[in-house]
Design a protein around this ligand. Structure first.
Ligand SMILES: Nc1ncnc2c1ncn2[C@@H]1O[C@H](COP(=O)(O)OP(=O)(O)OP(=O)(O)O)[C@@H](O)[C@H]1O
Length: 284
């Protein structure tokens, strides 16, 4: 194994809120001759919403896989808070169409969780009721999972991630297949959750418009980290404009304007961090 994630085990409870839940340091990964991630670093704190944006093939899913421990980088490391519990909402899942399984059963599956170290326990029924109610999926519980719509499936997958009582919620394109009203509601709900439950949230999104409104920190990835920081400042930055073009309402629009040379080479792979005022700081 090229790399092993390390737990941080030397911090007291009182300092836990100030240290990151997860930290990636100088990650590099190639598939054959193709370098997919180059010197990528990030960190996520409790109650923080961080959104990863970037064009198709930018390495977003690959980065998530490394953070989730499913892929090993060639170099660099991931440092996790001790006993970090991660709830993951995938973009989509494949379920055998012939498998007899209700939504309720699907939610219960695999939820014998490890929480706070050594104690193993089932998910809490109170939590099941709470999240079923808050995500409005009660009417689906007895339905076969294969028959739900795309938007309903997204809410079910989110409920399933929340039932793990995560410290860190990782969402891969959570609003895919969700209508506009549903998207706004979902982001408002995530915002409510991070305050109420203290979760840190990392999501991948292709919807710049919504990302800008509902996130604390944006990370623009194009195999290397082009720029990061407060959404407003990032959206005004040259690095962001170079990456996403002038029309930044949606990445789909912008992708056609994407000039890889601009982002990849003109800034020498520097990572620019921008604060709320637009002040920039070059990171390694
Ligand atoms: N297992 C693999 N083997 C070889 N190449 C891979 C593998 N996984 C991903 N890639 C390549 O790595 C690059 C980054 O892929 P990745 O899925 O991380 O991009 P992405 O930013 O998530 O893209 P999208 O927005 O289209 O989902 C792509 O060129 C992809 O073809």
């Amino acid at each position: 194994m090229k790399y092993a994630a390390t737990d941080l085990d030397h911090f007291s409870e009182s300092t836990l809120h100030t240290i990151p839940l997860i930290e990636a340091k100088h990650l590099n990964l190639s598939f054959g001759k193709q370098q997919v991630l180059e010197n990528v670093s990030l960190n996520i704190h409790p109650k923080e919403i961080v959104t990863l944006i970037g064009p198709n093939g930018a390495g977003k899913s690959t980065l998530l896989k490394i953070l989730l421990g499913l892929l090993t980088p060639d170099s660099g490391k991931v440092v996790r808070k001790r006993h970090l519990n991660v709830g993951f909402m995938p973009q989509k899942i494949q379920i055998d169409p012939t498998l007899p399984m209700t939504v309720e059963r699907f939610l219960q599956l695999g939820l014998k969780i490890q929480k706070r170290g050594f104690f193993r326990r089932e998910y809490s029924t109170t939590n099941l009721e709470k999240y079923v109610d808050e995500l409005n999926i009660g009417y689906l519980l007895k339905q076969p999972i294969q028959q739900v719509s795309g938007g309903e499936m997204q809410r079910i997958l989110l409920a399933r991630a929340l039932l793990r009582e995560p410290d860190l919620l990782v969402l891969d394109e959570p609003v895919q297949g969700v209508d506009l009203q549903g998207q706004t509601e979902l982001y408002q709900y995530l915002n409510q959750l991070r305050h109420r439950e203290g979760y840190g949230i990392l999501m991948v999104s292709h919807d710049l418009h919504i990302v800008m409104k509902h996130t604390d920190e944006v990370l623009c990835l194009n195999r290397h980290m082009c720029c990061s920081g407060h959404p407003h400042s990032v959206s005004q930055s040259k690095e962001f404009q170079d990456l996403f073009g002038e029309h930044t309402e949606a990445i789909a629009v912008y992708e056609h304007h994407h000039d890889e040379a601009t982002c990849d080479h003109s800034h020498g792979h520097n990572h620019i961090h921008l604060d709320e005022t637009g002040e920039s700081k070059h990171n390694d």
